[in-house]
Design a protein around this ligand. Structure first.
Ligand code: NAD
Length: 311
């Protein structure tokens, strides 16, 4: 059994990560400003209410719990949901405070959440990658404070690895658009639309390049990552996504409609291929997502988009 401290455990992604580690029999501490919802999935979970901007409080929580591993998820998770300076300061300081406190407390494995948005898609001035599928070698070109804050969080992680060497294992991961379990049943996704609406209207998923991942698959990824971190190269970053795109039609057709100039680049995204490659996580860690909208979307919601799609 591993003792895992998870920041942001009350969030959209955090709840599934906390529940996944607790169900696997690990000792879990959730550290968040907000409380976890009541429910059997969280019965064995310890909770701490901490403002992670308070470095002293983060250090004290880390020493009190002395976890084997830390997974840092807490952040302002939506671009432009707060003033740009607030997003940059908050997310970079949270990453620094948590990774610093975990390092000082001698935690052996430290993982921080980044985001695919570091790549810079959605830039109103235009954006094209070197090629598709996008992967960990694609050049990041952040154009807003959220994307920049996540790139800085990755650099903070690498800075600590540079300073401390391989005695402590660090990693970052870039989860695609997170779908929590209730969203398959019709609850609104992070941007407010249901999954059926996103599938019926490709314009809704185009800003994220049709990426998505089931939160439980992210939890599984993190469990595998913690298991393997001691044996892989230190301080790596991984994309974590579904194995298909959140779209009914192939991206080779859809992408040129929403990303001007990408026709040739996207031509290989045939069938259900996603724009973001998860080949590195599959190759280095042996992790593969188990869930897809094709298997998870409950039938009543599916009827909505099938009807809309055929209009
Ligand atoms: N949801 C997505 O689609 C998505 C995609 C890519 C990356 N991410 C990243 O994954 C992580 C989790 O995202 P999410 O969707 O669960 O976000 P969320 O907003 O649902 O949850 C974030 C949690 O962090 C907590 N938090 C924020 N500031 C805090 C502070 N100062 N002190 C203590 N707790 C604080 C909040 O209370 C909340 O519970 C974030 O780092 C986000 O940037 C999310």
């Amino acid at each position: 059994m591993t003792k895992v401290l998870i920041t942001g455990g009350s969030g959209r992604l955090g709840r599934s990560v906390v529940a996944g580690f607790a169900a696997a029999g690990h000792s879990v501490v959730s550290v968040d400003r907000d409380a976890l919802p009541a429910g059997p999935a969280f019965a064995s979970v310890a909770q701490e209410t901490v403002d992670l901007l308070d470095a002293g409080a983060v250090g004290a929580a880390m020493r009190r719990h002395a976890p084997d591993a830390v997974i840092h998820l807490a952040a302002i998770a939506v671009p432009f949901s707060a003033p740009e300076d607030v997003i940059l300061k908050t997310n970079t300081m949270l990453a620094f405070n948590v990774i610093n406190a975990a390092t000082e407390a001698g935690v052996g494995r430290i993982v921080t959440a980044s985001s695919p948005t570091v790549l810079g898609y959605g830039n109103p001035r235009g954006w094209l990658p070197e090629g598709f599928p996008l992967d960990e070698r694609t050049t990041p070109k952040p154009w807003n404070a959220y994307a920049l804050s996540k790139l800085v969080a990755e650099q903070v992680m690498r800075m600590f690895a540079t300073a401390h060497g391989d005695a402590i294992r660090y990693a970052a991961f870039r989860p695609c658009y997170v779908i929590s379990p209730e969203e398959w049943e019709g609850a609104p996704t992070q941007q407010g639309h249901t999954l059926a609406q996103r599938l019926a209207d490709p314009a809704l998923s185009a800003p994220a390049l049709f990426n998505y991942v089931d939160a439980r698959d992210v939890a599984d990824f993190l469990a595998v990552l913690l298991e393997r971190m001691d044996t892989i190269e230190n301080a790596q970053t991984f994309f974590v996504g579904a194995a298909d795109a959140l779209a009914v039609e192939p991206l080779a057709k859809l992408m040129p409609e929403f990303l001007p100039g990408c026709g040739e680049l996207a031509a290989g995204l045939t069938g259900a291929s996603p724009a973001f490659s998860i080949a590195k996580a599959q190759r280095v860690l042996g992790w593969t997502p188990q869930r897809s909208w094709r298997t998870e979307l409950v039938d009543t919601n599916r009827a909505d988009f099938v009807a809309a799609d055929s209009q």
